[in-house]
Ligand binder design. Structure first.
Ligand code: AMP
Length: 286
């Protein structure tokens, strides 16, 4: 397994692979890898075949964090991440520095970004202004650096996957986007690097996100329910946990992300909840 830190070296490798028509699969991550990330790597390997090349990028992308967010304390453990990647048969781990990814940014000399203007408006986009601009920009850059045939993203970040699919189509990136199902702990908590923040009783309280999804699924099973009523019920249910505070819960069309005033089976639900200092997200089809 190769660890590549420079953009130029990664582009050289990609160019070499492409000359021999080798399929390249990319799994972009921010590191602190867990079984959810590794399930994406396994999918990438399946899609690219045993002769394909799998690249995992590990980069905590500063442009997708707001000024009051957890960029500086985001969990990191490169040594452990590299071991996981080696065990999964990853070919290259791309670990660039900020200066490689955003040359000149500290001197105010980086000035190009990608903005998706529709799907990124609500939910995470509304709660985290600029977040999807950072995500779209870094993913577009990774596509240009790694030149993958396919890239795997997780359904855990549902809106992110939708924004990236739209960007890929709109900007004609020759990349097939694959979206992998959410990998969960046995009690239902969606795996996340941010679960590291859940100390003591917070880990137990965090199960409230997946329980809220289960509650909504049961509520709409027989007949449609007004979104406003379901939102109010879920807020009460979630905030019954002492350290939990609902940021948003939304019900929407899974293709257009347009909110549904009446929630029916088949609607997509997404929510963000602060559990202590950790901001957790989850989503599912009802
Ligand atoms: P992150 O490192 O959190 O930016 O995540 C990197 C990729 O892994 C994204 O495409 C995420 O959607 C995906 N991912 C994160 N957690 C999970 C999970 N529990 N199940 C499936 N995919 C995940």
């Amino acid at each position: 397994m190769q660890v590549v830190t420079s953009v130029a070296a990664m582009q050289r490798l990609a160019k070499k692979w492409r000359r021999t028509s080798t399929t390249i699969g990319l799994v972009p991550t921010m590191g602190y890898l867990h079984a959810g990330h590794l399930s994406l790597v396994k999918r990438a390997r399946k899609l690219a075949g045993k002769n394909g090349k799998i690249v995992v990028s590990i980069y905590v992308n500063p442009t997708q964090f707001g000024p009051r967010e957890d960029l500086s304390r985001y969990p990191r453990d490169l040594k452990r991440d590299l071991k996981h990647c080696r065990d999964e048969g990853v070919d290259v781990v791309f670990v660039p520095s900020d200066e490689e990814m955003y040359p000149g940014k500290t001197q105010g000399l980086y000035s190009t970004y990608i903005v998706e203007e529709q799907l990124s408006q609500g939910m995470e986009g509304a709660s985290r202004p600029g977040h999807f601009r950072g995500v779209a920009t870094v993913v577009a850059k990774l596509f240009n650096i790694v030149q993958p045939d396919l890239a795997v993203f997780g359904a855990k970040d549902f809106q992110q996957a939708a924004v990236i699919q739209r960007m890929t189509r709109d900007l004609n990136f020759p990349v097939k986007i694959d979206v992998a199902p959410t990998f969960r702990e046995p009690d239902g908590l969606a795996m996340s690097s941010r679960n590291k923040y859940l100390e003591g009783d917070l880990r137990r309280q965090a199960v409230v996100l997946s329980r809220a999804i289960g509650m909504a699924q049961a509520a709409v099973e027989k007949s449609p329910v007004p979104a406003a009523r379901l939102k109010a019920d879920l807020k009460q249910f979630i905030e019954n946990e002492p350290a939990a505070r609902l940021d948003y819960v939304e019900f929407f069309d899974p293709e257009t992300l347009v909110p549904m005033p009446k929630v029916t089976r088949g609607a997509q639900m997404a929510l963000a909840v602060f559990v202590g200092k950790a901001r957790l997200i989850d989503n599912a089809k009802l």
